[in-house]
Design a protein around this ligand. Structure first.
Ligand SMILES: C[S@@+](CC[C@H](N)C(=O)[O-])C[C@H]1O[C@@H](n2cnc3c(N)ncnc32)[C@H](O)[C@@H]1O
Length: 395
């Protein structure tokens, strides 16, 4: 008999409504002694099948749904899901880099696959998926014929699953550094040393928006700029850009990439804390036509937002608005699921009332289509951006 997990009465409702996770409180009984990481059958209290899931009793989320049917979960099943994910990304162009698999949203819980030209970078976040590493590598090779596959499973989430970080080549040849091409710009980055899997693919469409709005000679401040992707797009359209980041390696890459694209004269860097560097620019009486605020997640839980991060967001928005010329534009992003669009709006409104300016909303954006999200899984919507124009008090 296949191992199975029986849910408490009514606990199956959220899973039947396409929410993918069950917690310890949802489980009534475990039958057949499944190994941690195994695929189990999930049944409701009456014994009716709800689906199949990864099972890890040691994790705070013991069940992660794979399918609602009784279909066989084998190497072929993973390969089909990978193929479906790839087909979903057809039509993304102007770049050699994209997210190929976005975890739960692509029906592959805890699996991230990013493509950088001929190289694939894999991230495995849970024990269930960990057991399929070899099949995944085989399927990725068969489907995409990459030159190399690299693993960047160095995320905190693995600790809760009882897993150590795992970083290193999985197959073939992985050049380091490697090149990301975005709308004709070449970014040298590293899947070994870089943040995330090497590049912030999820801001691609916002970089394009900024580039489209730049007028030659515009002054652009790229705060939390990483390897300067926003700044270089702006510089390519004729702007002069300043990039702030606290990661010296990233700022080194900004300079290399600026030179590589013939934009060295147009891009400068400032190493240090974002808020301190913005204060310093204010003191120097520098003013900008565009400011991009793309901070790291900063919160995992809502509580942390209430307890201080909200204030930090208001502070950074206030500084950004002070640094903006009248008529200038602000890109204000958060990549943390617990921070909602309404929170960004509130922070911007509070900051604007301190600065005394009207804010015209030019756009609101979410993560791009290679990072899809599921309506019934709120956690899959993580990146939001509010784009506002600073107008004078007289407007
Ligand atoms: C979301 S990433 C920015 C991605 C970038 N905008 C892009 O499009 O590639 C956040 C960046 O903030 C930097 N960072 C984190 N905390 C910081 C701080 N207190 N001051 C300055 N930079 C910081 C990180 O090093 C990281 O490069």
């Amino acid at each position: 008999m296949r191992p199975s997990v029986i849910l408490k009465p009514y606990a199956e409702r959220k899973l039947r409504n396409f929410y993918p996770w069950a917690f310890h409180d949802d489980i009534a009984e475990v039958r057949g002694d499944p190994e941690p990481g195994a695929v189990v059958l999930v049944r409701d209290a009456s014994g009716t099948l709800v689906g199949q899931a990864f099972y890890n009793p040691g994790a705070s989320i013991p069940l992660r749904m794979l399918t609602r049917s009784e279909e066989r979960i084998d190497a072929g099943w993973f390969r089909r899901r990978l193929m479906e994910a790839a087909l979903r990304r057809q039509g993304i162009h102007g770049t050699n880099a994209m997210r190929l698999v976005h975890g739960e949203a692509d029906g592959l819980p805890g699996l991230i696959v990013d493509r950088y030209g001929e190289v694939l970078v894999v991230q495995i976040r849970n024990l269930g998926m960990e057991r399929w590493r070899e099949s995944l590598v085989e399927a990725l090779r068969a489907l995409f014929a990459p030159r190399g596959i690299y693993e960047r499973s160095d995320v905190e989430a693995r600790e809760d699953e009882g897993l150590e970080p795992r970083v290193g080549p999985l197959w073939g040849e992985v050049p380091d550094p490697l090149e990301v091409v975005e709308d004709g710009l070449v970014f040298e980055t590293s899947v070994v040393r870089g943040q995330k899997t090497g590049f912030y693919l999820d801001q691609r469409d916002n970089r394009r928006r900024l580039r489209g709005w730049i007028r030659p000679g515009d002054q652009v401040l790229d705060v939390y700029g990483y390897i300067g992707a926003f700044a270089l797009h702006a510089a390519a359209a004729g702007a002069m850009a300043v990039v702030i980041d606290k990661d010296p390696w990233a700022l080194g890459q900004v300079e290399r990439n600026a030179a590589r694209n013939g934009l060295a004269e147009r891009v400068t860097v400032r190493l240090g804390d974002a808020l301190e560097m913005m204060e310093a620019l204010l003191a120097e009486e520098r003013r900008f036509d565009w400011v991009v605020l793309d901070p790291p997640a900063m919160v995992k839980r809502r509580m942390e937002w209430e307890r201080g991060v909200r204030r930090r967001f208001v502070d950074m928005a206030r500084l950004a608005l002070r640094l903006l010329k009248e008529g200038g534009g602000l890109f204000f992003s958060s990549c943390a699921y617990p921070i909602r669009l309404e929170d960004l709006i509130e922070a911007a409104r509070l900051a604007a009332s301190d600065v005394g300016c009207r804010l015209l909303v030019r756009d609101v954006t979410y993560q791009p289509p290679d990072h899809p999200w599921v309506l019934q899984i709120p956690e899959t919507l993580y990146l939001k951006t509010l784009i506002v124009e600073k107008q004078s008090a007289a407007d």
